[in-house]
Ligand binder design. Sequence first.
Ligand SMILES: Nc1ncnc2c1ncn2[C@@H]1O[C@H](COP(=O)(O)OP(=O)(O)OP(=O)(O)O)[C@@H](O)[C@H]1O
Length: 367
Amino acid sequence: MERDTLVSFEGVVKRFGNFTAVQRMDFEIKKGEFLAIMGSSGCGKTTTLRMLAGLEAPTEGTIRLSGKPINHLPTWQRDTPMVWQSLALFPFLNVRENVEFALKMRGVGKAERRRRAEQWLDRMQISEFAERNIAQLSGGQRQRVALARSLVVEPEILLLDEPLSALDAALKVRMQAVLKTLQRETGITFVYVTHSQSEAFSMADRVVIMSRGVIEQIGTPQEIYRTPRTKFVADFLGSSNIFSGKVASVSEGAMEIDAPSGRMRLALPDTARRSRPVPGSTATVTVLDTRMGLSVARPADAVNVVPAKVIGEEFVGATATLYLETDHGQEIRVQMGHEALENLPVGIGQRLYAHWSPADGHLVAEV
Ligand SMILES: Nc1ncnc2c1ncn2[C@@H]1O[C@H](COP(=O)(O)OP(=O)(O)OP(=O)(O)O)[C@@H](O)[C@H]1O
């Protein structure tokens, strides 16, 4: 275990009857980091968080907090408060009383409770609602109360389960900024469960991508975005073109694969030089849609070129996304700025060549 590790999952498995919700998880959470756990519905995110909170016990393995096993430590003896989407604020207490609650439970005196609660109400910009009932607050205000209530005890770690999912889009973005700033300023470790890529990638220092109870990849948002470890991750993020097929031949700098869209000659990315794909195995190369080029004439190089025709376009702000399709039905997506589009005929049905530089192809480790 490294020195800056706060939490470690060691071979953790969680079964409900015959169903395995979490399969052998091994990972560490560093002190002071903002870690997001992301994945589609039912992949085991909440179960992982609940095990950390002490609301579920692992079936196998060990969870350690600051080096000590906490598998069987009851929730109330852990320093791991949790914030949910439903918030679980007490409706019979006003805002200040909600924030003071955990301090009261810990036997903090009245004056000190009040002082610390005021500090957090002020920090979360909800002082003016201190006397209000919870029912009289907006969704965003409740969210701030829930955060103040959890943070007032200055925990070492805060667990958040889809805390923003009930808010509207604009408020979500505002609260993301609030959360990120809070985390930086307090240095408290945040573990944040979400199915939203934009939330995970905009706030987290590292992201865990889960699928069916298994960790597919852990890394910084940039690492995951640029170098997805598995085809699942590339697919899930949706920002890469994926070329996958059986390897027909491998030479010094290139390989030929038989993809559903026909035989393709792809440059071997640098990362593949050491462990080359083997003929007969399946290989997958991903290329970010922002790194794809388009041209009317076939580029001189015979590698990384895919003829396709335009089937649609989409404009969002200064960016255009072009959708193309090969004769065999493989979809290709290219994102570019408006200037790059100016000299390119992109009417529906237009035939173009999609291409990319060898440095922009990424060979995924697992298919
Ligand atoms: N108490 C339980 N009993 C039986 N099965 C459960 C229980 N809790 C969770 N599961 C199952 O375990 C799997 C993982 O659930 P979990 O809530 O961790 O998923 P999730 O990734 O958080 O999904 P969502 O985004 O929908 O909340 C699901 O298939 C769920 O039905």
